[in-house]
Write a new protein. Structure first.
Length: 275
């Protein structure tokens, strides 16, 4: 017997188990393939096109549902309550138990309700995954154990014991996802603390050639954060004290080297991204 499928909405610091709250059964989950956009440049008097990197466009994920209520009046009330939970102005995340280690940032799509009897109906919930990728439910700092309930097979988690907290100045950061992590567009928080530097602390990603430089002295009580594209010292923006460089992460291994420090602790916190 197939295990029951559960659908969760993650909205404004709350998680709604949608099928349980609104008493419907999910009979099928269907998602579209990755939607690739191929980019070309053409030149006058030249045959064909020149290819450049492709982009991943949004795709849909659908849930075919059987809705059960206690008769005609209850049907209309419960259907309105379902609409209230699904249709909100801001984007939110969904995840489901068929792929329990992945979440999707979505906007809901309109759907038709096919009424079968006074208290019964069928419908297909449609969500647009507008970012074009899914994200791991856990992050690189979450415990890597299937017993935690936030990981699944097929997420690129390898047997080698990769770490995301380091006290050395040479190490590997492993990105288990199928997409590169670009802090201008994706979640990535690099935290530096317990560090001593007389100036020009430099983080090199030797795999990408990128470099971040903090020009001023750093003391052991200071905390430096690269939070997406924001650079902070002790919670205050300080981009002018740096070279404004950012560190991205390739899919797979990234060779990191940190210069001009004595004693340092860094953490690398990010979700993995999947097609």
């Amino acid at each position: 017997m197939n295990k029951k499928t559960d659908l969760y909405l993650m909205q404004a610091n709350k998680i709604i188990k949608l099928n349980e709250k609104h008493n419907f059964e999910i009979s099928e989950v269907s998602r579209a393939s990755p939607q690739i956009i191929n980019n070309y440049t053409s030149y006058e008097f030249s045959d064909g096109n020149r290819s450049s990197d492709s982009n991943f466009d949004s795709f849909d994920i659908e849930f075919t549902c059987r809705f059960t209520t206690n008769g005609n009046v209850d049907y209309h009330v419960r259907l309105d309550e379902l609409f209230e939970d699904i249709f909100i102005r801001k984007e939110y995340y969904i995840f489901h138990t068929k792929t329990p280690g992945k979440k999707y940032c979505v906007h809901p799509g309109a759907f038709d309700v096919e009424r079968k009897a006074a208290g019964h109906a069928q419908f297909t919930l449609t969500f647009e995954v507008f970012k074009g990728f899914s994200e791991s439910l856990g992050t690189s700092l979450s415990p890597f154990a299937f017993s935690e309930g936030i990981w699944q097979a097929g997420q690129g988690i390898v047997s080698r014991n990769y770490k995301y907290r380091h006290t050395s100045n040479r190490f590997i950061v492993y990105n288990a996802g199928s997409f590169d992590i670009d802090p201008r567009m994706h979640d990535l928080r690099i935290t530096i603390k317990n560090c001593r530097s007389d100036g020009l602390l430099t983080i090199n990603n030797k795999s990408t050639g990128e470099k971040f430089v903090f020009n001023e002295k750093i003391y052991a009580y200071d905390t430096i954060e690269l939070d997406g594209s924001n650079i902070l010292k002790n919670g205050v923006r300080c981009g002018r004290k740096t070279n404004l460089g950012l560190i991205s992460l390739l899919s797979g291994e990234n060779e990191i080297e940190i210069e001009n420090v004595s004693n340092i602790e860094t953490t690398w916190d990010f979700p993995f991204l999947y097609k």
